[in-house]
Design a protein around this ligand. Structure first.
Ligand code: GDD
Length: 401
């Protein structure tokens, strides 16, 4: 079979729960385990033989993706294009609007993937399954959630053959623990037949397309027990980082720096980062390009973004350190380990609100936005720090604006 893929990247009004990390670059380009979030999707899609093109569909300005696309086209040797919606058209609006481009070359089926999911996606299994289903049909990937979590997702009821008999997005009361992963594979005819009028409200797969396909008996589910989760909040990135590192262990092992730093567990270090041989790094750490990790530094369960500097004997635990931020000598940056238990392979994030009902900050990782400086010998515990702040003393459980 021949395939194309569409990745729904959304736009600037989306990803607000991802702040302050999305203030600097579009959320789909945030680096997790060393590569932008949507590059993981591209990488996994490219393992499929018969894939001819990947289209990124969203309402960000096109130029934000130009450099990324140029690099990925070379790396993965596949055609990648950005299709810009003039305004948010909804999750199916762009499929209608750009139908001719998507269907050019006459693929047999088209993957549609939400950019803000992460996981070990069974792309090949989906390809094989759609091939075995006749008619103008669509396949959706599903996974298991708890009763309580399930109402935040698309709820799916299937018969014993995997045919979806009922689909409802974010139901107000419990329907099923079987949830949609936001990963679909559509026979070309499904897209060809999409002729809903484009109005100001947009067209939505979840409400305008999937329930109707289920009712007509043309919607099928493939259930996965592999790792899958969402990346809605900044807090979700450490969970995703940990699992992508594990997934791509072999590939990244070859790229680990060779300067003798002590590495524990799964770690990604960009080759251009300078890591002192006495630093102790890991498990579950990603260190971005041109960052500098000083003598005696300890980093665990964290992401260090490009050009950050962690000075001598500083300690970074359960945290994200923003672009060009500087952590002074002997400073300690620490977040609070998150629920769900990250050792569970397909735990779902609960997307807790930033504040507890009593006004305190929900315990979570510590995030330093870009260009933050932290004074020597201070402790920053469970804080979200916005870009360009100079922290001259210790802080605990605060958002520093
Ligand atoms: N191109 C484009 N245009 N993309 C959009 C638009 C739009 O107007 N609106 C949203 N998206 C993208 C988002 O960037 C995201 O990647 C995806 O579509 C889904 O976004 P949401 O609308 O925020 O839905 P959700 O994530 O709360 O729920 C969806 O995903 C769940 C799995 O993560 C639904 O499909 C659920 O049914 C599903 O369980």
């Amino acid at each position: 079979m021949s395939f194309k893929a569409v990745v729904l990247v959304g736009g600037p009004q989306k990803g607000t729960r991802f702040r302050p990390l999305s203030l600097q670059l579009p959320k789909p380009l945030f680096p997790i385990a060393g590569v932008p979030l949507i590059e993981h999707h591209i990488d996994q899609l490219c393992q499929l033989s018969g894939l001819s093109e990947i289209l990124l569909l969203g309402f960000f300005p096109t130029d934000l993706f130009t450099e990324f696309i140029d690099r990925c086209q070379k790396t993965y040797r596949v055609s990648i294009k950005y299709l810009e919606e003039p305004n948010p058209l909804g999750t199916a609006g762009g499929l209608v609007s750009f139908k001719n481009t998507i269907l050019s070359g006459d693929p047999d089926a088209v993957f549609v993937i939400n950019a803000d999911v992460c996981g070990d996606l069974p792309i090949e299994d989906m390809g094989a399954k759609i091939d075995s289903i006749s008619g103008s049909s669509m396949l959706m990937l599903t996974t298991e959630a708890t009763r309580q979590q399930s109402i935040n997702f698309g709820s799916v009821v299937t018969d014993s053959n995997g045919k979806v008999v009922h689909y409802v997005d974010k139901p107000t009361t419990f329907v099923s623990t079987n949830i949609s992963c936001g990963v679909y594979l559509m026979k070309t005819e499904v897209i060809r037949q999409l002729d809903l009028p484009l109005n100001g409200d947009g067209i939505w797969l979840e409400t305008d397309v999937l329930p109707q396909l289920a009712a007509s008996g043309n919607l099928y589910a493939l259930h996965t027990t592999r790792w899958w989760s969402q990346t809605k909040t900044a807090a979700a990135v450490l969970y995703a980082n940990r699992h992508y590192l594990r997934l791509y262990k072999k590939r990244y092992a070859a790229r680990l720096c060779k300067n003798g730093a002590q590495i524990i567990g799964d770690v990604f270090i960009d080759p251009s980062a300078k890591v002192h041989p006495t630093a102790k790094i890991g498990p579950n750490v990603s260190i971005g390009p041109n960052s500098v990790i000083g003598k005696g530094v300890r980093i665990k369960e964290s992401i260090i973004l490009p050009e950050a500097v962690i000075e001598e004997n500083a300690c970074v635990l359960q945290s994200v350190i923003g672009w060009r931020s500087v952590v002074g000598v002997w400073a300690r940056i620490e977040g609070i380990p998150l629920e769900p238990n990250p050792n569970l392979p397909f735990a779902k994030m609960d997307n807790k609100p930033l504040f507890l009902p009593d006004g305190r900050l929900t315990p979570s990782l510590t995030i330093l936005g870009s260009d933050v400086s932290v004074a020597p010998e201070t402790i920053i515990l469970n804080c979200v720090v916005l870009p360009y702040k100079e922290l001259t003393c210790s802080y605990k459980n605060q958002i520093i604006l």
